[in-house]
Design a protein around this ligand. Sequence first.
Ligand code: F6P
Length: 364
Amino acid sequence: MKKIGLLTGGGDCPGLNAVIRAVAKSALRNGYKVIGFKDGFKGFIENNFVDIEDRFVSGIIAKGGTILGTSNIANPFRYTLPPYGTPDSPSDLSAKVKEIFELHELDCLITIGGDGTQNMAYKIHQMGLPVIGVPKTIDNDLASTDYTFGYDTAFQIATEAVDRVHTTAESHDRVLIVETMGRYAGWIALRSAIAGGGDIVLIPEIEYKSEDIISYLKKRRANGKLFSIIVVAEGAKEKGGDLTVSKVVNNSTDPLRLGGVSYKIADMVEKNTCFEARVVVLGHLQRGGTPTAFDRWLSTCFGSKAVELFEEKKFGKMVAIRGQNFIEVDLKDAVGFLKRVERDSEEVKAAVNVGMSFGNSEVG
Ligand code: F6P
């Protein structure tokens, strides 16, 4: 009987369970055995796994998080967890990876995760082992796929927040600043600002200038608009300035945790105008709870496609969506560089056309 191993790695996001369900159902109906490793590569290295049967995945399509658990620290090639390593002395556990494949006689490992996890998957593929990736992240920043699952849910949650702060901003004539996640890409901030009718959007791809934010806010006030909504991505930064780092997680694939830029902006607005400013940092709310219908649909099609690739023995690939089509791309082309908002894209143009400012007078 053929055997598929499955794990979810990196930060959690809505839709992970829908992928687990789709992989399990598609595999089980073809007579394959499926095992799920707990807590991403941590469980893989520790050989901590569960047998996945149909009842295990029953009723989970709408459930957020991951029933398998995840880790955004465990990296088999720079392992920093006990008993094999420490943050100061990471270990290369390539031999252990091979050992676990052999122990279970795995015919394939399906890795559900973002850039970090797919990088690890690519390294496993380079060792000559069969892996297939499924792209996850609320940041939607993976190259080679139009969408990653989880993004749509975060986009909806951020849009609802932008909608909701309108009434309170208007009641108090305030500047309300909504901070989204997204790491080094502005997809959540830009699209929720467009969909929610934000006034200013600040994204990592376009550095802002404080003086341009101030003059835009003052112009709005002069035109009788007494409140303003600013949507800022956690990775946005002032021209010539630095990223706002909230925490450094030394043993993580990307140690920097961003967050807090909205407080800098609120401070700057209050110092330079007579407007009151308040901040809402959305944080992990964007990753929690029920996936949207789109994410459940995407996750299901991704999971099913991953099993199809397994049947066709197409390893070293990641499933992807391009336009209306589910395709496979080489893992090596899918990792290592990010998909970011392009300054001269149609959607940046659309935002400018509806009067939105990027906090930079050179745009628009
Ligand atoms: O990559 C997903 C993401 O949610 C980013 O948007 C955010 O910067 C980061 O993960 C937060 O990581 P953690 O869950 O470790 O705080």
